[in-house]
Design a protein around this ligand. Structure first.
Ligand SMILES: [Ca+2]
Ligand SMILES: [Ca+2]
Ligand SMILES: [Ca+2]
Ligand SMILES: [Ca+2]
Length: 338
Protein backbone atom coordinates (compact mmCIF):
# COMPACT_ATOMS: atom_id res chain seq x y z
CA UNK A 1 0.00 0.00 0.00
CA UNK A 2 2.80 2.43 0.93
CA UNK A 3 4.64 1.86 -2.28
CA UNK A 4 1.61 2.52 -4.45
CA UNK A 5 0.90 5.63 -2.42
CA UNK A 6 4.40 6.99 -3.16
CA UNK A 7 4.06 6.37 -6.88
CA UNK A 8 0.80 8.25 -6.92
CA UNK A 9 2.44 11.28 -5.29
CA UNK A 10 5.27 11.33 -7.86
CA UNK A 11 2.83 11.22 -10.77
CA UNK A 12 0.80 14.06 -9.29
CA UNK A 13 3.90 16.30 -8.97
CA UNK A 14 5.02 15.53 -12.51
CA UNK A 15 1.62 16.42 -13.89
CA UNK A 16 1.54 19.70 -11.98
CA UNK A 17 5.08 20.69 -13.07
CA UNK A 18 4.29 19.91 -16.69
CA UNK A 19 1.24 22.16 -16.63
CA UNK A 20 3.14 25.12 -15.13
CA UNK A 21 6.01 24.78 -17.60
CA UNK A 22 3.58 24.74 -20.52
CA UNK A 23 1.88 27.88 -19.21
CA UNK A 24 5.21 29.67 -18.74
CA UNK A 25 6.31 28.92 -22.30
CA UNK A 26 3.38 30.88 -23.63
CA UNK A 27 4.47 34.10 -21.90
CA UNK A 28 8.19 33.66 -22.65
CA UNK A 29 9.00 33.67 -18.98
CA UNK A 30 12.52 34.97 -18.33
CA UNK A 31 14.46 34.33 -15.14
CA UNK A 32 15.33 36.99 -12.58
CA UNK A 33 18.78 37.70 -11.13
CA UNK A 34 18.34 35.29 -8.25
CA UNK A 35 17.29 32.51 -10.61
CA UNK A 36 13.67 32.44 -9.52
CA UNK A 37 10.90 32.34 -12.06
CA UNK A 38 9.05 35.60 -12.46
CA UNK A 39 6.05 36.03 -14.68
CA UNK A 40 5.66 39.49 -16.20
CA UNK A 41 1.99 40.43 -16.32
CA UNK A 42 2.08 43.74 -18.25
CA UNK A 43 1.61 44.70 -21.90
CA UNK A 44 5.21 45.65 -22.77
CA UNK A 45 7.73 43.72 -24.81
CA UNK A 46 10.51 42.61 -22.47
CA UNK A 47 14.23 42.79 -23.20
CA UNK A 48 17.12 41.70 -21.03
CA UNK A 49 20.70 42.86 -21.03
CA UNK A 50 22.77 45.20 -23.17
CA UNK A 51 21.64 46.36 -26.61
CA UNK A 52 23.80 46.14 -29.73
CA UNK A 53 25.28 49.55 -30.47
CA UNK A 54 24.22 50.87 -33.89
CA UNK A 55 25.43 54.49 -33.51
CA UNK A 56 28.50 54.97 -31.33
CA UNK A 57 27.84 58.61 -30.54
CA UNK A 58 25.34 61.09 -32.01
CA UNK A 59 27.20 64.06 -30.53
CA UNK A 60 30.94 63.48 -30.28
CA UNK A 61 31.71 66.67 -28.36
CA UNK A 62 29.20 65.85 -25.62
CA UNK A 63 30.42 64.92 -22.15
CA UNK A 64 28.55 61.64 -21.97
CA UNK A 65 28.41 59.34 -24.99
CA UNK A 66 25.00 59.57 -26.70
CA UNK A 67 24.77 56.26 -28.51
CA UNK A 68 21.92 54.36 -30.08
CA UNK A 69 21.34 50.63 -30.12
CA UNK A 70 18.92 47.87 -30.98
CA UNK A 71 17.75 45.03 -28.80
CA UNK A 72 15.47 42.05 -29.34
CA UNK A 73 12.64 41.27 -26.93
CA UNK A 74 11.44 37.87 -25.76
CA UNK A 75 8.49 38.20 -28.17
CA UNK A 76 10.94 38.62 -31.11
CA UNK A 77 10.20 42.32 -31.55
CA UNK A 78 13.23 44.61 -32.00
CA UNK A 79 13.56 47.99 -30.32
CA UNK A 80 15.73 51.07 -30.77
CA UNK A 81 17.21 52.34 -27.49
CA UNK A 82 17.04 54.68 -25.82
CA UNK A 83 14.60 55.89 -28.53
CA UNK A 84 14.14 56.31 -32.27
CA UNK A 85 15.08 59.95 -32.82
CA UNK A 86 15.44 62.41 -35.71
CA UNK A 87 18.74 63.84 -34.49
CA UNK A 88 20.54 63.17 -37.79
CA UNK A 89 17.54 64.07 -39.97
CA UNK A 90 18.41 67.45 -41.52
CA UNK A 91 14.76 68.17 -42.29
CA UNK A 92 13.98 68.29 -38.55
CA UNK A 93 15.19 71.72 -37.38
CA UNK A 94 17.48 72.18 -34.41
CA UNK A 95 16.20 74.42 -31.64
CA UNK A 96 18.07 77.70 -31.03
CA UNK A 97 20.27 78.09 -27.98
CA UNK A 98 19.36 79.66 -24.71
CA UNK A 99 22.40 78.09 -23.07
CA UNK A 100 24.51 75.44 -24.73
CA UNK A 101 28.16 75.00 -23.81
CA UNK A 102 28.82 73.60 -27.30
CA UNK A 103 27.01 76.50 -28.98
CA UNK A 104 25.84 79.80 -27.53
CA UNK A 105 25.61 80.55 -23.82
CA UNK A 106 23.35 83.50 -23.10
CA UNK A 107 22.84 84.91 -19.64
CA UNK A 108 19.29 86.09 -20.36
CA UNK A 109 16.42 85.15 -22.63
CA UNK A 110 16.41 88.71 -23.96
CA UNK A 111 19.99 88.32 -25.21
CA UNK A 112 19.23 84.91 -26.71
CA UNK A 113 16.20 86.24 -28.58
CA UNK A 114 18.09 89.31 -29.81
CA UNK A 115 20.56 87.00 -31.54
CA UNK A 116 17.87 85.38 -33.70
CA UNK A 117 17.23 86.70 -37.22
CA UNK A 118 13.81 85.12 -37.81
CA UNK A 119 14.98 82.26 -40.01
CA UNK A 120 14.40 79.98 -37.05
CA UNK A 121 10.62 80.55 -37.08
CA UNK A 122 8.75 77.53 -38.44
CA UNK A 123 5.55 78.62 -40.17
CA UNK A 124 2.56 76.38 -39.56
CA UNK A 125 -0.21 78.94 -40.27
CA UNK A 126 0.61 81.98 -42.41
CA UNK A 127 -2.10 83.93 -40.59
CA UNK A 128 -0.89 82.82 -37.20
CA UNK A 129 1.07 84.42 -34.40
CA UNK A 130 4.72 83.77 -33.54
CA UNK A 131 4.95 81.67 -30.40
CA UNK A 132 8.25 81.41 -28.53
CA UNK A 133 8.93 78.29 -26.51
CA UNK A 134 11.66 78.06 -23.86
CA UNK A 135 12.65 74.47 -23.09
CA UNK A 136 14.92 72.67 -20.65
CA UNK A 137 14.93 68.90 -21.04
CA UNK A 138 16.81 66.17 -19.20
CA UNK A 139 18.09 65.00 -21.60
CA UNK A 140 16.57 65.35 -25.07
CA UNK A 141 13.41 66.55 -26.80
CA UNK A 142 11.81 66.69 -30.23
CA UNK A 143 8.87 69.10 -30.52
CA UNK A 144 5.99 69.08 -33.02
CA UNK A 145 3.15 71.57 -33.33
CA UNK A 146 0.10 70.32 -35.22
CA UNK A 147 2.27 67.50 -36.57
CA UNK A 148 4.97 69.85 -37.91
CA UNK A 149 8.54 69.41 -36.58
CA UNK A 150 9.47 72.75 -34.96
CA UNK A 151 12.61 71.97 -32.99
CA UNK A 152 14.92 69.28 -31.64
CA UNK A 153 17.43 69.46 -28.82
CA UNK A 154 20.99 70.09 -30.10
CA UNK A 155 22.56 68.17 -27.18
CA UNK A 156 21.17 64.61 -26.83
CA UNK A 157 22.80 63.76 -23.49
CA UNK A 158 25.14 66.12 -21.57
CA UNK A 159 26.09 68.84 -20.78
CA UNK A 160 22.64 70.10 -19.88
CA UNK A 161 21.43 72.83 -22.24
CA UNK A 162 18.33 74.93 -22.77
CA UNK A 163 16.65 76.01 -25.98
CA UNK A 164 14.34 78.36 -27.81
CA UNK A 165 11.81 77.10 -30.36
CA UNK A 166 9.74 79.57 -32.40
CA UNK A 167 6.80 78.83 -34.67
CA UNK A 168 3.94 80.73 -36.29
CA UNK A 169 0.57 79.19 -35.60
CA UNK A 170 -3.10 80.00 -35.11
CA UNK A 171 -4.86 78.71 -31.99
CA UNK A 172 -6.01 76.14 -31.18
CA UNK A 173 -2.87 74.07 -31.71
CA UNK A 174 -1.38 70.92 -30.26
CA UNK A 175 2.14 70.62 -28.87
CA UNK A 176 3.57 67.09 -28.90
CA UNK A 177 7.03 66.24 -27.62
CA UNK A 178 9.13 63.10 -27.57
CA UNK A 179 11.34 63.18 -24.47
CA UNK A 180 14.34 60.96 -23.86
CA UNK A 181 16.25 60.40 -20.66
CA UNK A 182 19.44 59.22 -22.38
CA UNK A 183 21.54 56.26 -21.18
CA UNK A 184 25.17 55.14 -21.38
CA UNK A 185 24.38 51.46 -20.93
CA UNK A 186 22.15 51.00 -23.98
CA UNK A 187 19.06 48.95 -23.23
CA UNK A 188 19.78 48.99 -19.52
CA UNK A 189 18.50 52.47 -18.65
CA UNK A 190 21.59 53.40 -16.69
CA UNK A 191 24.83 55.38 -16.68
CA UNK A 192 28.01 55.65 -14.66
CA UNK A 193 27.62 57.88 -11.61
CA UNK A 194 29.10 58.18 -8.13
CA UNK A 195 31.20 55.03 -8.44
CA UNK A 196 28.34 52.89 -9.77
CA UNK A 197 28.46 51.78 -13.38
CA UNK A 198 24.69 51.19 -13.48
CA UNK A 199 23.05 54.27 -12.02
CA UNK A 200 19.49 54.82 -13.27
CA UNK A 201 19.50 58.48 -14.36
CA UNK A 202 16.44 60.68 -14.28
CA UNK A 203 14.48 62.70 -16.82
CA UNK A 204 12.23 65.78 -16.62
CA UNK A 205 11.23 68.60 -18.95
CA UNK A 206 9.98 72.13 -18.37
CA UNK A 207 8.68 74.50 -21.05
CA UNK A 208 7.14 77.96 -21.27
CA UNK A 209 5.30 79.25 -24.35
CA UNK A 210 4.87 82.99 -24.93
CA UNK A 211 3.00 84.99 -27.55
CA UNK A 212 4.12 88.10 -29.43
CA UNK A 213 3.07 90.28 -26.47
CA UNK A 214 5.40 88.30 -24.17
CA UNK A 215 2.34 86.85 -22.43
CA UNK A 216 2.50 83.22 -21.31
CA UNK A 217 0.08 81.08 -23.34
CA UNK A 218 1.14 77.67 -22.02
CA UNK A 219 3.36 76.15 -19.34
CA UNK A 220 4.16 72.56 -18.50
CA UNK A 221 2.05 71.15 -15.66
CA UNK A 222 -0.29 68.34 -14.71
CA UNK A 223 -2.80 69.43 -17.36
CA UNK A 224 -0.46 67.94 -19.99
CA UNK A 225 -0.70 64.29 -21.03
CA UNK A 226 2.28 61.96 -20.56
CA UNK A 227 2.83 58.36 -21.54
CA UNK A 228 5.94 56.19 -21.18
CA UNK A 229 7.17 53.88 -23.94
CA UNK A 230 10.45 52.60 -22.47
CA UNK A 231 11.13 51.72 -18.86
CA UNK A 232 14.50 50.48 -17.55
CA UNK A 233 16.29 49.21 -15.58
CA UNK A 234 13.79 46.70 -14.20
CA UNK A 235 15.48 44.27 -11.82
CA UNK A 236 12.40 42.18 -11.01
CA UNK A 237 9.70 41.62 -13.62
CA UNK A 238 7.03 41.25 -10.96
CA UNK A 239 7.32 44.91 -9.86
CA UNK A 240 5.72 46.81 -12.78
CA UNK A 241 1.95 47.27 -12.67
CA UNK A 242 -0.61 48.58 -15.13
CA UNK A 243 -3.99 50.12 -14.45
CA UNK A 244 -5.90 51.42 -17.42
CA UNK A 245 -3.32 53.21 -19.58
CA UNK A 246 -1.02 53.95 -16.62
CA UNK A 247 2.23 51.98 -16.87
CA UNK A 248 3.61 52.16 -13.35
CA UNK A 249 7.02 51.16 -12.06
CA UNK A 250 6.54 52.81 -8.69
CA UNK A 251 7.04 49.45 -6.94
CA UNK A 252 10.38 48.92 -8.69
CA UNK A 253 13.84 49.37 -7.18
CA UNK A 254 15.80 52.41 -8.42
CA UNK A 255 19.02 51.79 -6.50
CA UNK A 256 22.43 51.96 -8.19
CA UNK A 257 24.12 48.70 -9.10
CA UNK A 258 27.62 47.53 -9.91
CA UNK A 259 26.32 44.87 -12.27
CA UNK A 260 23.28 45.79 -14.31
CA UNK A 261 23.97 43.51 -17.25
CA UNK A 262 21.01 41.25 -16.53
CA UNK A 263 18.49 44.02 -15.97
CA UNK A 264 15.32 44.18 -18.06
CA UNK A 265 13.75 46.83 -20.26
CA UNK A 266 10.05 47.30 -20.99
CA UNK A 267 9.07 48.60 -24.43
CA UNK A 268 5.73 49.73 -25.80
CA UNK A 269 5.05 50.61 -29.43
CA UNK A 270 4.49 54.31 -30.07
CA UNK A 271 1.35 55.10 -32.10
CA UNK A 272 2.47 56.16 -35.59
CA UNK A 273 0.50 59.42 -35.47
CA UNK A 274 1.41 60.43 -31.91
CA UNK A 275 2.51 63.93 -32.98
CA UNK A 276 -0.57 64.75 -35.05
CA UNK A 277 -3.17 67.25 -33.89
CA UNK A 278 -5.86 64.62 -34.47
CA UNK A 279 -4.23 61.97 -32.27
CA UNK A 280 -6.57 61.11 -29.40
CA UNK A 281 -4.63 61.37 -26.14
CA UNK A 282 -7.77 61.56 -23.98
CA UNK A 283 -7.16 58.18 -22.36
CA UNK A 284 -3.48 58.86 -21.61
CA UNK A 285 -2.43 59.56 -18.04
CA UNK A 286 -1.99 63.17 -16.94
CA UNK A 287 1.61 64.30 -16.64
CA UNK A 288 3.25 63.99 -13.22
CA UNK A 289 4.98 67.13 -11.93
CA UNK A 290 8.37 67.25 -10.23
CA UNK A 291 10.14 69.97 -8.25
CA UNK A 292 13.35 71.68 -9.34
CA UNK A 293 15.09 69.92 -6.44
CA UNK A 294 13.93 66.49 -7.58
CA UNK A 295 15.23 67.11 -11.09
CA UNK A 296 18.38 68.71 -9.70
CA UNK A 297 18.67 71.86 -11.82
CA UNK A 298 19.70 74.36 -9.17
CA UNK A 299 23.39 74.12 -10.09
CA UNK A 300 22.89 74.21 -13.87
CA UNK A 301 23.35 77.61 -15.58
CA UNK A 302 21.26 76.38 -18.52
CA UNK A 303 18.40 76.48 -16.02
CA UNK A 304 19.36 79.03 -13.36
CA UNK A 305 20.14 81.81 -15.88
CA UNK A 306 16.49 81.69 -16.95
CA UNK A 307 14.50 81.28 -13.75
CA UNK A 308 12.62 84.48 -14.68
CA UNK A 309 11.14 82.32 -17.47
CA UNK A 310 10.98 78.85 -15.92
CA UNK A 311 10.00 79.95 -12.40
CA UNK A 312 7.70 82.86 -13.22
CA UNK A 313 6.19 84.12 -9.97
CA UNK A 314 2.68 84.45 -11.36
CA UNK A 315 2.65 81.45 -13.69
CA UNK A 316 5.24 78.91 -12.65
CA UNK A 317 6.00 76.15 -15.17
CA UNK A 318 6.62 72.77 -13.54
CA UNK A 319 8.86 69.92 -14.59
CA UNK A 320 6.78 67.10 -16.05
CA UNK A 321 7.35 63.47 -16.94
CA UNK A 322 5.40 60.22 -16.70
CA UNK A 323 4.80 58.59 -13.31
CA UNK A 324 8.42 57.48 -12.82
CA UNK A 325 11.01 60.17 -13.62
CA UNK A 326 13.87 57.73 -12.97
CA UNK A 327 12.87 54.49 -14.69
CA UNK A 328 10.77 55.83 -17.58
CA UNK A 329 13.23 56.85 -20.28
CA UNK A 330 11.17 57.59 -23.37
CA UNK A 331 8.07 59.66 -22.70
CA UNK A 332 5.67 61.47 -24.99
CA UNK A 333 3.86 64.54 -23.69
CA UNK A 334 1.04 66.45 -25.37
CA UNK A 335 -0.92 69.63 -24.71
CA UNK A 336 -3.46 71.62 -26.71
CA UNK A 337 -3.44 75.41 -26.52
CA UNK A 338 -7.03 76.63 -26.93
CA1 LIG B 1 19.69 68.30 -24.08
CA1 LIG C 1 16.20 56.92 -16.44
CA1 LIG D 1 19.03 62.07 -17.52
CA1 LIG E 1 9.27 76.32 -12.44
Amino acid sequence: MKRIFKITIVLAITATSGFVACSNDQVSDPVTDDGSDSIYSGTASVTQGLATTTTTNLFASGTRVAGLGTIKATDDTTWIVPAAVNYTDNSFPFASDLHNTYGETYTSATDALAALDGNDIVEIDSEGEVITAFVFADNYFEMYVNGVPVGKDPVPFTEFNSSIVRFKVAAPYTIAMKLVDWEENLGLGSEGSGGSAYHPGDGGMVAVFKDESDEIVAITGDDWKAQTFYTAPIKDLSCPTEEGTTRSSDNCDTADSNDGTSHYGLHWEIPSNWYEEAFDDSTWPDATTYTNNTIGVNNKPSYTNFTDIFDDNANDAEFIWSTNVILDNEVIVRYTVE
